[in-house]
Write a protein that binds this ligand. Structure first.
Ligand code: M6R
Length: 615
């Protein structure tokens, strides 16, 4: 978490850094800061709060104060969010200025040592320790900044993406990465540094993504020098051509990114299956999968690792893989998996799902599965992200940048990729009848139209939201393929509205949660046409007999549930395995409208960050 931006070149650094911070604010937004250098004076401004609070604090003089700058937007790990703990941090001499995304785990030990040597600290952060450690090494070893950074980082335990400069080197920024992302944009006589490429896409399409354990010295008028931190080995970095455009990262007339991203789902689902799903030819083809089909076909089991919404997408695919490809699937929270010495063999295939491709627990779980000999496949959205690079092979979801902290289009595009994978593997294994296979190919192609249809009920959903915006608790129930959708619906509501919500398999209600039902408890039930329909109807009756209020997601034309429920939200008729792609739409909209009515910060809910790069 945290976003970092840096610039060195011929332009005024301030607007570039500030704009970059706004684009990275999804990564953390409890404080922000900026440092600018014109070769003589370093000017700095830091504040608790958002990037807007920072820009309000920056004075006119500072706004034109140099062609070198670094900026930070923070998600606090060490030390409460306040002005002092905000980045950048400065070394005791005042010469070195640093920004950092990550955690230095052994900072207490390092700090004690530095205190013994006379260093004083103003903040509670691990970052201030790091910048002083670099200063001390630079002094003691009489080395240049790059070398001092390298020696310091070899003493550090933890994760970092850092950028720093030295008052004595006005033409240089040093950056390094381990566990947190770092991209370097290469312009004409100028360089950009950022946690992702969005801060510099209007300036250049060329970027280097540093690998873990690499550092770079970025000096004006020179080629970027990349080295391995551990052994000083020189690295020849690859330059990537960026596929991003400005439109993708702007709100495009919507009030919030979340709403824009909900409405983008018909087109991004199509983008995700384009060229991969060919119903007329009866073909599903996924570049990353074709060379590894045998591994999947012969796998003893598939283990899916993910967190949050991506974990819910994994759960949906568990039902799909088992039904179609007849392979046992286990879906694991990456954070649990990585710490419990899991039993994995070379006959297991692991799928890691992650929108950002940077989630620390998922990344570490991938590394663990690889060490244990498993074949690891990635389903990521962010191209070039750490997980996409760490996995043996994989498929990108083509959702485009997801900026709202609450995941929406990432979820449906992940399910799209996993559905394509299950179809392809089922075909190879011969575990699905041809007619069933062909029917699902055709139906998957219709999903964007059905999602667009579901989106047309927005006004009605807004009216339902108005009825329930003031309640304190919600239950979400679903069965089979729609049990994970119930979990996802509950997660969406709690993360953006701060209303407590729980998701359950509908039949589990009798084993405890039913005790909560009374006239104040709204229960959202996914009751679309399925094998479980009658059973879900019985569950709804049980809730009604206890005066609970039912909001049901039903199939268009439904009459049975519609008669019993207090409110219904209709979705188009869809084959059961594909229903999660449509049933999730009204639940996203319901959460969105409730959060807006409660005046919550929908795109940047409290305490959260878009990509969780700390454990
Ligand atoms: O980037 P990832 O998919 O790995 O992120 C996983 C979770 O952090 C993420 O889905 C989180 O739960 C979202 N805030 C949910 O809306």
């Amino acid at each position: 978490m945290c976003g970092i931006v840096g610039y060195i070149g011929h332009q005024n650094a301030y607007p570039i850094i500030l704009n970059g911070l706004r684009r990275l604010e999804y990564r953390g937004y409890d404080s922000a800061g900026i440092a600018l250098y014109d070769g003589e004076n370093i000017q700095m401004c830091k504040t608790k709060g958002k990037v807007d609070d920072l820009s309000a604090k920056v004075n006119a003089e500072m706004a034109t104060a140099g062609n070198l700058g670094i900026g930070h937007t923070r998600w606090a790990t060490h030390g409460v969010p306040n002005d002092v703990n905000s980045h950048p941090h400065v070394s005791n001499s005042g010469d070195l200025v640093i920004i950092h995304n990550g955690i230095i785990e052994n900072y207490t030990t390092l700090k004690k040592e530095l205190v013994k040597r006379g260093y004083t600290f103003h903040s509670d952060t691990d970052t201030e320790v790091l910048v002083n450690l670099i200063e001390e090494i630079k002094k003691q070893e009489n080395v240049k900044l790059g070398k001092a950074v390298q020696i310091a980082l070899n003493q550090v335990v933890g994760a970092y993406a850092i950028a720093l400069f030295d008052r004595n080197k006005p033409d240089e920024i040093v950056v390094a990465k381990l566990g947190s992302p770092l991209a370097i944009g290469i312009g004409e006589g100028e360089f950009f540094v950022a946690s992702d490429a969005t801060p510099f896409i209007e300036f250049t399409n060329n970027a280097i993504y540093l690998e873990d354990g690499e550092m770079a010295i970025i000096r004006l008028g020179r080629e970027i020098a990349v080295r391995r931190i551990a052994n000083d080995e020189r690295v020849d970095p690859s330059i990537h051509e960026l596929q991003l455009n400005l439109e993708q990262i702007e709100k495009g007339g919507y009030d919030h990114f979340m709403l824009k991203e909900i409405y983008e789902q018909p087109s991004v689902i199509k983008d995700t299956y384009r060229g991969r799903l060919l119903p007329n030819e009866g073909i599903v083809r996924l570049g990353g999968l074709e060379d590894h089909l045998e591994k999947f076909a012969n796998a003893n089991r598939i283990i899916i690792i993910a967190c949050g919404t991506s974990w819910h997408a994994g759960l949906v695919s568990e039902y799909i893989f088992e039904e179609w490809a007849r392979v046992p699937v286990e879906v694991e929270y990456a954070s649990e998996f990585r710490y419990r010495n899991p039993i994995i063999t070379e006959k297991d295939v692991v799928i890691a799902i992650s929108q950002s491709g940077e989630t620390a627990d998922t990344l570490e779980a991938v590394k663990l599965a690889k060490r244990k000999g498993a074949f690891v496949y990635g389903v990521c959205n962010v191209v070039g992200s750490s997980i996409s690079r760490e996995t043996h092979s994989g498929t990108y979801t083509h959702a485009g940048p997801e900026i709202g902290v609450a995941s929406t289009k990432a979820f449906t595009t992940q399910i799209t990729v996993l559905t394509l994978m299950a179809l392809r593997i089922a075909k190879v294994k011969g575990t699905m009848s041809h007619s069933d296979y062909m029917m699902h190919l055709r139906e998957l192609e219709l999903i964007p139209t059905k999602v667009a249809q579901a989106l047309k009920t927005n006004d009605h959903i807004k009216a339902v939201a108005r009825e329930f915006k003031d309640v304190s608790n919600f239950l979400y129930l679903g069965r089979g393929y729609n049990f994970p959708v119930a979990l996802e619906g509950a997660l969406k509501l709690k993360e953006i509205s701060y209303i407590h919500a729980e998701g359950y398999p509908a039949a589990e209600m009798k084993h405890g949660p039913i005790a909560l039902i009374d006239e104040n408890m709204p229960v959202v039930v996914i009751a679309v046409n399925s094998n479980h329909y009658e059973k879900v109807v019985s569950n709804i009756q049980e809730i009604k007999s206890r005066n609970g209020r039912i909001i049901a997601v039903v199939t268009e034309g439904d009459t049975t549930v519609t008669e019993i429920a207090d409110y219904v939200m209709e979705v188009p008729k869809t084959p059961e395995a594909l229903t999660p792609l449509v049933t999730t739409i009204p639940l996203q909209l319901l959460s969105y409208h409730i959060a807006v009515m409660l005046n919550r910060n929908v795109d940047q809910p409290r305490n959260l960050a878009k990509s969780v790069t700390v454990e």
